[in-house]
Design a protein around this ligand. Sequence first.
Ligand code: AMP
Length: 249
Amino acid sequence: MKVLTAVKRVVDYNVKVRVKSDQSGVDIGNVKMSMNPFDEIATEAAVRLKEAGKASEVVAVSCGGAQSQETLRTALAIGADRGVLVETDAELQPLAVAKLLKAVVDKEQPQLVILGKQAIDDDAGQVGQLLAALLDWPQATFASEIEIGEGAAVVTREVDGGLEVISLRLPAIVTTDLRLNEPRYVTLPNIMKAKKKPLDTLRPADLGVDPAPRLKTLKVVEPPVRKAGVIVPDVAALVEKLKSEAKVI
Ligand code: AMP
């Protein structure tokens, strides 16, 4: 069984981004970039399936600028066998990414595609669901456990108020939640090995996809600055304040 994982290059989760002065977006010049954390979990899940003998090959796919190669190399260092870069400098919105991934899926014919539940830069949380719709494949979002059986996957999903276990026929789409696994630490020998693994580059035109944005960002602004809190001397003062000052927002 071939497994495909989708990995996005995003601003590292430790970086505090700043809004550009012209409000056109956030400034990502000179900031640390990393693989989207949920995609590390996706790649780890795929590699564990391979190690367990359930998957025969793990292919990592990234869409974006040439530097997304670094993200693919990280996926290869985690243990993916091959990387595919869909290279474009166009601004990629979730629908465009889903169309590009669909074209790669049509070419690669995987039985399982594992994506992150969301990319932490735009927090869209859409690509997995859009891809499932475009392919007309079953989907299990927010997975905290994946088990592969004969022609089917049993996925435990994190839902409001608990867990839901569903069975999906393969091929299928799964998106990862935080509790699915803890990705391994990427070691130097594996980083060196990853440099020798195959990495193909395609362009959206090779896949017959026009990635042009459909949505226009009007402006991006900083969130309002929070007012300083007040330290109350004791519980009685707190209760008094709750009675006299607290408002339901
Ligand atoms: P989003 O819907 O943008 O929050 O992204 C959800 C998931 O889709 C991510 O965790 C990735 O697995 C995948 N994804 C989003 N954008 C890209 C991209 N440019 N290249 C590869 N995978 C992506």
